[in-house]
Every structure is written in C-alpha cells, then in structure tokens.
Design a binder for this molecule. Sequence first.
Ligand SMILES: NC(=O)c1ccc[n+]([C@@H]2O[C@H](COP(=O)([O-])OP(=O)(O)OC[C@H]3O[C@@H](n4cnc5c(N)ncnc54)[C@H](OP(=O)(O)O)[C@@H]3O)[C@@H](O)[C@H]2O)c1
Length: 356
Amino acid sequence: MSTPDATPASPQPPLRVAIVGASGYAGGEALRIALGHPHLEVVQVTSERFAGEPVGNVHPNLRGVTRLRFEPLADLREVDVLIAGLPHGTFAGQLERFEDHADVLIDLSSDMRLQDPERYERTYGAPHPAPDRLVEFVYAMPERNRNRLVGAKRIAGAGCIATATQLAIAPFLKTPILAKHDVIADAKIGSSAAGASPSRASHHPERAGALRSYAPVGHRHEPEISQAFDDRMAIHLSATAVERVRGILVTAHLFVQDGTSEQDVLMALRDAYDDEPFVRLVLARKGIHRVPDPRILDGSNYADLGFALDRDSGRLVMLAAIDNLVKGTAGHAIQSLNIAAGFDETAGLTFPGLHP
Ligand SMILES: NC(=O)c1ccc[n+]([C@@H]2O[C@H](COP(=O)([O-])OP(=O)(O)OC[C@H]3O[C@@H](n4cnc5c(N)ncnc54)[C@H](OP(=O)(O)O)[C@@H]3O)[C@@H](O)[C@H]2O)c1
C-alpha cells in the first residue's frame, strides 16, 4: 500500500535546448545526440537557408526521429541551454543577445577558446568582438578541465584537432618522462571538418581521393593547444586532408628521457585515463586492430589512444583517433554539459561506433 512517504519524488524536467546553426554538420551532430539524451529536450533548431523545412530534409538520419522544423535565428525563444554551431566570428558578436535567451551557452566555434585577446588577434587576424567575456568561458575538455566544468554556464567547445592532440600529449606533462617540451603532431582529417558549405576545396573533383597537406605550418589550433598546456609545450602541428568524411588521426612525436620504457609510458597513460569514460587505450601488439583507427569511431564519443616507443632514439609516437564531429565537437560539448548540469557524464553518449 502506498503511503505519502513512499510517493516518488517528481523527476526533474528535461533541460530545454535550442541549437543555432543546426543545419550544419556540428549543429546537426549536437542535435542527433541531444535528441537521444535522457535529460534534454530540443525545442528549437535554427537555419536561415532552411527555415520552415523539416529537420529530416537536411539531416536525413533524423527523419522520423524529430518533428522539429528549422526556424530563423530572429525567432529565437527562451530556453535553458543554447548550443551554437555557427561559423567562426558569428557567436561572439551576438553573445549578449544569446544570453538574453538562455541560462547556459555552449559555443562550438573557436570564438571563445583563446583566453588572451592578443593571442586571438594574432591567430585570427582581427580583434576579438567581446574580449572582456573570454575569461567567463570554460574550455570543453572534460579529461583536463572536469572540475571547472561543474556548474559552468559558459562553455567553449574545443577544436577537433586540438582535442585529439591534447589527449595524446597531456599524460606526459605530469611525469618526468619528456626529454624536451616539444611535440611534432601530424593530423590527418576528413572532409566534414570543413563544414557543410561548399567551397572550391570541397568540390568533389578537388576533394575526392585527397591527400593534401593544407596546413603544413601555421594551423590555428596550435595556439589553442599551447594555451591548454600553459605554454609549457612547443607545439609543431601539420594537418593533411585525407579521403574520409569523418575522423581525425593525430600522430604525435615526443622525445623522452634515455631509459624510458614501454611500462613508463603505459603507467603515465593509465594514470591519466583509467577512470576516463571516453578514452580507450589500444594496447594490442598483434593483429590489424593494434593501432587507433578513426574508421571505427564514426558517431562515437570515444577517443582511442595508442603508442609505439623507439627506445634507441628516444622517440615516443602517440596515436590518437576521434570522430571530429563527436569527440571533436558535439560529443565533448554534451559531455561537458552533462558535467556542468550534474547528469551522468556519459548520458546520451554511449554509442560505441561501428565495425566493420
Ligand atoms: N565540422 C567540424 O568538424 C567542427 C569541429 C569543431 C568545431 N567546429 C566549429 O563548429 C562551427 C560550425 O561548423 P560546421 O562544420 O557545422 O559548419 P557548417 O556545416 O558550415 O554549419 C554552419 C551553420 O551556421 C549557420 N550560419 C552560417 N552563417 C550564419 C549566420 N551569419 N547567422 C546565423 N547562422 C549562420 C548555417 O546555417 P544556414 O543553414 O542558414 O546556412 C549552418 O547551420 C564552426 O565554427 C566550426 O569551426 C566544427
């Protein structure tokens, strides 16, 4: 028999979410994840080009999953959480307007990542539109920033290559393993990283079969990674476009002290990541799956890390694979929101990827 004491507490209502720039690849992926999230209700999605059209016209994977239609940004309503997947430079210019509509703001662009306005100007070639506000944003890197994300109301999504590179390097800064605080990181990246808007570089005859080094030096994520390591590490990043739609593989070359063993490397990795829900160590020494491969991570929030050590030369090669649109963008944003809002950190994010 039920008594007043036995009445279950009413469950918390879901957080109401708007996704602006939801027709894009990053916004679309945030939408896909949020629609399957137990504590989020997506109430509005915006697109200027597709205003009035059902979501499924643009993201056919979401046909039948939602009845939402795109609305123009001018019709933005009040929500609990606003996730912005807008081109670089668009979010910061409208920050005050967005905060009139939402308690929690998550920006997936690079607008709010760099904390120093001068570094921003050097990197992006223009003054920051809201330099005084940069300090309010917490960088969405749960593995390195979990405590600061608790209760955060302003969250800056991390760069996709920056995410994979940091995961590969971070464990070794806490140990005496490194002989030099220099890393050479080579990132291979699929075409979805460039977004849904067509360009000459994304035109099929130019992009198909690509193996094109588009940023041998000067990649914009270099300062972001340096900042994340408090400038204690010199980052030398090169990026190459490859024949995939999703996925990043970062190969990071580190230089370790004489006598460093595989066991030392493994201990540093285990120490950093054994309790991390979305970092997997790939430690098999035989077979075709002995190295991280972005191919099996499509749609997944996992980051797979592996390594090889050349003991003679002291070169440690770290490999990090992610899906740029999930662990590299929308996934780490939702993981950060889970932490900020006090949800289970893995809520909505447990899809393991596909094989074969
Ligand atoms: N793609 C990735 O792997 C990735 C990874 C990490 C971070 N990011 C960042 O996420 C952001 C979005 O990237 P994306 O790849 O999703 O780009 P995208 O596919 O080109 O999408 C851009 C979105 O922004 C909207 N938009 C464009 N200009 C606008 C404006 N002036 N006002 C309002 N809405 C506007 C577009 O809507 P319409 O339908 O109206 O054109 C579209 O929904 C970028 O800042 C990017 O750097 C992307």
